[in-house]
Design a protein around this ligand. Structure first.
Ligand code: BG6
Length: 483
């Protein structure tokens, strides 16, 4: 049974939804520079997903005013439509809305002396409108997009300067929006850099002499920034709830061979726990030493860093969960795709059209593992299925596959609560269709609200209720009983 106060909701991110990339005083940011071609086939789109940013791609994008090949520049125009959209969220009956702030709307260059008032007012109005509708706000401070000037001037997260500017940005948000936000998340999926170094920490590959080392140096700086953001929130907003988030990859051994079981432990540590251990336990885990040694990683830490991490651990944990993974020492095992990473095929599971392995029980497993390890409240900050939807002539959209996906995952969350997990909320991902983060497609839709917008820029941009909209609404009204 879900507790009475369980937070049912929906999540999006500024860069994938807002558009208006050059309006309201916003500066250009890292996601505005990601290129997409609507004529690409599936293989080309997949290849583009984790493509490394190069100086050439970066400079070309920076010089271009084109929007057709840079879909994050237009998003779904949420910048202008947020009031109508929040009306729909309210009709759905969600209790909480998770979105991110665009750093470059607040500090267009990242290091400006003063914040941009128009940007602050935009989020203030948006969050106030949520409050008027009785919707709590779950605010991600950084969901990948950082002001480009911080990359060109300081090297982004490689530099401690970026920590300083990030903390000033977070502090500005606490001071201005503190009374409107209920839950804070300093970073979206802080483990992303390991899999997508441009999205995660804005690295440009050809500018790095030692790519892997730079990734972990950036991660260290992000961990310090995360801890300092926790500290500032607790000082400025006593009693505030600040979370730590990862993309969670539940991992199974391919066989019961001890080698595969050991491989599973290593992958879990490497991909998941390394990050949550630092944020929740307040120090680098014991296995990090060997991991760093074997990968030739040398992180530069400053005096006082250990104390910062130790004294400012998170109040809750959040993670995205889409699919599970399989660990094996057999390199020839069949492969498939997944969120951020590709992995081994699990023949017991069905897959989405994009090759992500659908595994509701994996969610229950991860909830048990995470709660048992940290004993902190947990928020499922993202979960959902990307699929192609068809808009019928009468404006209906029939998406039984999405209802099935959500139903089965919610069932397993219910089981986890029965298991004793302190699960406090669920914000399904992309609950209004947005531009996909990985493949930058509009045709990979997650929403229960359809947005009539196509990859070539055509479409009315109108919103339509999918079948899953009515299902989700009813599910929320029954507090998870009517599935
Ligand atoms: C998460 C990201 O990793 O996955 C989101 O936080 C993203 O930004 C989501 O949209 C789904 O991935 P994709 O590539 O299908 O959009």
């Amino acid at each position: 049974m879900f507790p009475k106060e369980f937070l049912w909701g929906g999540a999006i991110a500024a860069s994938q939804a807002e558009g208006a990339w050059d309006e309201g005083g916003k500066g250009i940011d890292s996601q505005d520079l990601r290129f997409f071609d609507p004529s690409w086939d599936r293989a080309q789109r997949d290849q583009n997903r984790n493509i490394n940013m190069t100086s050439e791609r970066f400079e070309t994008a920076l010089a271009s005013k084109d929007v057709g090949h840079y879909p994050f520049r237009t998003g779904i125009d949420f910048y202008h439509t947020y009031r109508q959209d929040i009306d729909l969220f309210s009709e759905l009956g969600i209790k909480v809305f998770r979105t991110s702030i665009s750093w470059a709307r607040i500090f267009p260059n990242g290091d400006d002396e003063k914040p941009n008032e128009e940007g602050l007012r935009y989020y203030e109005d948006m969050f106030r409108y949520c409050k008027e509708k009785g919707i709590k706000v779950f605010c991600t401070i950084l969901h990948y997009n950082i002001p480009v000037n911080l990359i060109t001037r300081y090297g982004g997260w490689k530099s401690r300067e970026t920590i300083k500017h990030y903390v000033r940005y977070a502090t500005t948000l606490y001071e201005r929006l503190g009374d409107l936000v209920d839950y804070w998340l300093p970073f979206n999926e802080i483990n992303c850099s390991r899999f997508n170094p441009y999205n995660g920490c804005c690295l440009i590959k050809d500018q790095e002499a030692d790519y892997i080392n730079s990734i972990f140096q950036c991660t260290h700086h992000q961990m310090i920034a995360n801890a300092l953001a926790v500290k500032a929130a607790h000082e400025i907003l006593p009693g505030s709830m600040v979370g730590g988030m990862i993309a969670r990859f539940t991992t199974y051994p391919a066989t019961c061979r001890p080698e595969d079981v050991m491989e599973t432990i290593l992958e879990e540590n490497y991909k998941n726990y390394f990050y949550t251990d630092i944020m929740a336990r307040g120090h680098y885990p014991s296995y990090a030493k060997r991991m760093f040694k074997e990968n030739g990683i040398h992180i530069q830490m400053e005096d006082g860093d250990e104390a910062i991490l130790c004294e400012n651990t998170v109040d809750f944990l959040a993670y995205s969960y889409y699919m599970s993974m399989v660990a094996s020492t057999d390199k020839d095992i069949e492969k498939t795709s997944g969120n951020l990473v590709s992995g081994n095929r699990n023949r017991y599971l069905k897959m989405s059209e994009w090759g992500w392995q659908i595994d509701p029980i994996g969610l229950r497993i991860s909830l048990n593992e995470m709660y048992d390890r940290y004993q902190l409240p947990i928020f499922i900050a993202e979960n959902g299925i990307g699929a192609k939807d068809g808009l019928e002539e009468d404006g209906s959209i029939h998406d039984p596959y999405r209802i099935d996906y959500l139903r089965e995952h919610i069932r397993q969350m219910d089981e986890a609560i029965e298991d004793g997990v302190d699960l406090i909320g669920y914000t399904m991902w992309g609950f209004i269709d947005i531009v996909s983060c990985g493949t930058i497609e509009m045709s990979k839709r997650y929403g229960v609200i359809y947005v009539d917008r196509n990859e070539d820029g055509s479409g009315s941009n109108k919103r339509f209720r999918k079948d899953s909209f009515y299902w989700y609404k009813n599910m929320i009204r029954s507090n998870g009983l009517d599935l």
